[in-house]
Ligand binder design. Structure first.
Ligand SMILES: [Zn+2]
Length: 103
C-alpha cells in the first residue's frame, strides 16, 4: 500500500516536471524566431546597411526578382524606398518589447 502511494506521488512529480519543461520550450521558441534574420537578396548577397534598395551584386530591387531598369525605378526612388523600409523597421522594433523601459 505504501509502495503504491510513493509510486503515485513520484508519478505526479514526474508529470509536473515534464509539463514545466514543455511550457519552458513553448515560451522560449518565439524569442528565437524574433531574432532578426540576415537580410539577403535572391542571389545570396547580404543587403544589410545598403543606401539603395538594390543589390550591388545582381542589380535586383530588394524584394523583387527584377532590376531597377525593368521596374522603371531611378536611384533616387531606390533611395527613398530604402529610407521608408528602414523607418518601418525602426517603428516595428519600437513596438516590440525587446528591452525594459529606461527610467
Ligand atoms: Zn542580388
Amino acid at each position: 500500500m505504501f509502495a503504491v502511494l510513493v509510486g503515485a506521488i513520484l508519478l505526479v512529480v514526474i508529470l509536473l516536471w515534464l509539463i514545466q519543461k514543455l511550457k519552458a520550450v513553448r515560451w522560449r521558441r518565439p524569442e528565437r524566431s524574433s531574432q532578426p534574420a540576415i537580410d539577403r537578396c535572391i542571389c545570396g548577397y547580404e543587403l544589410t546597411g545598403l543606401e539603395l534598395a538594390r543589390c550591388p551584386e545582381c542589380g535586383r530591387v530588394r524584394g523583387f526578382n527584377a532590376s531597377a531598369d525593368e521596374l522603371g525605378l531611378t536611384d533616387e526612388q531606390l533611395f527613398l524606398i530604402e529610407q521608408k523600409r528602414r523607418e518601418r523597421e525602426r517603428q516595428s522594433a519600437d513596438i516590440r518589447p525587446t528591452s525594459p523601459p529606461s527610467t
